[in-house]
Design a protein around this ligand. Sequence first.
Ligand code: UDX
Length: 488
Amino acid sequence: MKVSILGCGYVGLVTGACLAEIGHEVTCTDNDLSKIQTLQQGALPIYEPHLDEIVARNTQSRRLTFTGDLGEAIRFGDAVFICVGTPPLEDGDADLSAIDNCARLIAAESRQPKLVIEKSTVPMQTGQKLKRALAIYSRNSGYRFTVASNPEFLREGTAVSDFLHPDRIVIGVDDEGAEAQLREIYRPIIERSLACPVHDGSCPPEQTPALVVTSINSAELIKHSCNSFLALKISYANLIADICENMGADVQEVVHAMGLDPRIGHDFLNPGLGFGGFCLPKDIQAFIRLGEKAGVDVGLLKDAESINKRRIDSFLAKVRQALWILKGKRVGILGLAFKPNTDDIRFAPAIEIIRKLQQERAQIQVYDPQAMEKTKPLFPSIRYCADAYEAADRADALLIVTEWPEFKGLDWQRVRELMLQPLVVDGRNLLDSAKMSELGFEYQGIGKPNADGLVPSLPVNQVTRLAAVERYQATNRVRPSSRPVAGL
Ligand code: UDX
């Protein structure tokens, strides 16, 4: 089928490239011409595993093209996917102006009736408003447009695999024609008749994805409900972590036991620095607004959001407690992206952490395998390191902010020797606290009782700290450092 993609962000690029990969002819466009030029030159504006090879293969076969001519792109497809951004407005509502703009363009540029598919995350009833807008904007041309909703559930870092191996495909339609067209678009994925680039054709045995056919309103609500529930689950895990910290239990043992219950499951039960990224924070905000408009008490969602907003401060409280004074201290940060396997720093915890450390005039040195280029415009004055060891160099503290797997495999003995004092605060529970203590680190995770079984939230007994440092110096024959250890 001939498909047009409006908007070349994560959703639009992955959707366009994967639909071409499964055999459709796809033209993508965006009103950011520099992005289109980048794509026409064969480069990608984002880091996403497997996406580069799929884009390269399908542009070569001319099944995938990029154009800055919005009209040309719109006229190309029988089906038009709207994949534009719906960022949050001041009040938390989703900004739908780009959707409205797409309706105006589609009505103005089309030379035939088309299926218009919402793929952007939008609040419920947007499809109804889009239908009406298309009818108004096309009253002169007289072309009839059918609207459908087809929410996306892809995660950054695994987006290509998520698109080609979805748990379910949700389509919200008003008529059989639209349903038939969307079934045709997704047939290779539904029937598993595709050569998957992620698994080199030998995909793990799996269920064929469920195809959920429902109304447009329900399809829109499904997306917001799912993302808000994931946010809720993460905040619940963080709530448990705070109880563990203040009462002396290990949250990882607790959530592991919880997750063994298939009604709960282990996914999205990892406490840490809270949920970031361009989806969960804005989707729970938009869902709260929708609930309020519906006259429903959304206190549950508001609490999940406020628990999330407090994660950074409680993390920095640990750092402050361990270092006493932050001013002039050298703090190493491992991880800038909001999660591993992406270069995306939108609503990333690292951004707020750096901002607050700067306010307290700490010296900041950072390392991230992918996200440093995107961070530099925000923080030009901090030190960007060539690797994790350089970020640990003479540091008073090392903060784990993104759980990149490579950080787990570091030579932590070498890290300790590079640091001024062996203090690691792990915002993702990436590391093994027992192993870190054995190596002589003062290690603090999330929702963990500390090595002495003392409840970390109580002021760490300075004597205990000195004991930890002296034990480390004794066992590692390290000359006591000339600069008095912080806090003493
Ligand atoms: C999310 C949804 O998962 C996806 O279905 C939807 O289409 C888009 O939004 P994404 O934003 O890529 O995807 O990230 P996700 O993997 O969901 O992680 C979101 C945030 O939650 C990250 O900051 C991550 O670090 C955090 N998280 C995730 C936790 O803190 N704990 C967990 O257990 C899982």
